[in-house]
Write a protein that binds this ligand. Structure first.
Ligand code: ADP
Ligand code: 3PG
Ligand code: MG
Length: 357
């Protein structure tokens, strides 16, 4: 894979830069421009070299969203003049994008002379603007894509002791990680809604808590000595929040977070680790202000360990707390980060590696 540092003679050339400006928007306002900020070094580098830049992004799932708020936010943050950088339309508006249709890909590629992928967070999608264009144009990895690969790869070849913290709710996307990191890490701490399935598999009452209920072979995982499960939880009980042991949950209660003893329990593991990888909030943070996740994030921020954090929701919380600089690396990816951590590569990365041009 070639780095944009290797790009030569691009003065006056048109560079198609795939970015991922699929950012959270509420009432027409960008809630968190993290991904936009992270693409600026690549854009600045190409701009200084005299390239004509066309940014390509998707926004939302189906291509119906207007890029207008994103474009506005980009020009506000980057300070470029409108005449200096062009935007392609929301690329998912075109059915050929998700189908990776060759005719659409060729048309897209014909707009530029050079292609740069700086959209790690969508590089798990085999779409035209991600995997198609490198077949037709000289193609390079942008700085953020390189930084993601470099930093996330540390978890694949880890320093020890290595602590893996996994939370969140999307069981099917996270289960491959549990299996893999029970091998790679020294300790795996499980929180979030994922925990509920583990507690249920242990035979404990989980009341009306969110559970997945699919059969992921949790019984076998429960025997693994590296697995660390919280000892207490915060439940919602008749409208009140109560901290109680994991064996004490009642039928009409809902587990919302890990409890105070569990927060204390994880601290020494954080202290003794050299590498910490974290994905997914430990509780339903939207409901209770972040509770355990915020407290444990602060422990991690204080520790000497190299800390690598990913996950759309987790990173949103970090942005809200203005703590991005307190960790060694905060990934821009959601699904892409999980796939990279599980497989060590992504379709968009392979496409750059295989680019013949
Ligand atoms: P990330 O985006 O960081 O990878 P996920 O998308 O997997 O994380 O999960 C985040 C979601 O998990 C949040 O909406 C959060 O409210 C939810 N969640 C965490 N713990 C619980 C819980 N105990 N019950 C219900 N939802 C939970
Ligand atoms: C993301 O937000 O994870 C990326 O932009 C990819 O979006 P997608 O899940 O709609 O492909
Ligand atoms: Mg999420």
């Amino acid at each position: 894979m070639k780095s944009i540092k290797q790009v030569k003679n691009i003065k006056g050339k048109v560079v198609l830069v795939r970015v991922d400006f699929n950012v959270p928007i509420k009432d027409g306002k960008i809630e968190d421009p993290f991904r936009i900020k992270k693409a600026l070094p690549t854009i600045d580098f190409l701009h200084k070299k005299g390239a004509k830049i066309i940014l390509i992004t998707h926004l939302g799932k189906d291509g119906s969203a207007s890029l207008e708020p994103v474009i506005k936010s980009f020009f506000k943050i980057s300070k470029y003049k409108k005449s200096e950088i062009s935007f392609f339309e929301n690329v998912r508006k075109f059915p050929g994008e998700e189908k990776n249709d060759p005719t659409f890909t060729r048309k897209l590629a014909s707009l530029g002379d050079v292609y740069v992928n700086d959209a790690f967070s969508v590089s798990h999608r085999a779409h035209a603007s991600v995997v198609g264009i490198p077949k037709y144009l000289p193609s390079y990895a942008g700085f953020q894509l390189e930084a993601e690969i470099k930093n996330l790869s540390k978890a694949l070849n880890p320093k020890h002791p290595f602590l893996f913290i996994l939370g969140g709710a999307k069981f099917s996307t996270k289960m491959p990680l549990i299996k893999k990191y029970l091998k790679l890490a020294d300790y795996c701490f499980i929180g979030g809604a994922l925990l509920n399935d583990f507690l249920k598999a242990k035979g404990y009452e989980v009341g009306k808590s969110l559970i997945d209920n699919s059969n992921y072979g949790i019984e076998k995982i429960l025997k693994n000595k590296k697995l660390i499960l919280p000892v207490d939880v915060v439940v919602k009980s008749s409208g009140k929040l109560i901290n109680k042991g994991v064996t004490e949950v009642l039928k009409d209660e809902i587990i919302l977070d890990i409890g105070s003893e569990s927060i204390k329990m994880i601290e020494p593991y954080i202290k003794k680790s050299k590498l910490i990888l974290w994905n997914g909030p430990l509780g339903k943070y939207e409901a209770g202000g972040g509770g355990a996740t915020k407290k444990v994030l602060k422990f991690v921020a204080k520790s000497k360990a190299e800390s690598i954090i990913g996950g759309g929701d987790t990173v949103e919380l970090i942005s809200e707390m203005k703590m991005e600089k307190d960790f060694s690396f905060v990934s821009t990816g959601g699904g892409a980060t999980l796939d990279f951590l599980a497989n060590g590569t992504l379709p968009g990365i392979k496409a750059l590696e295989n680019s013949k041009k």
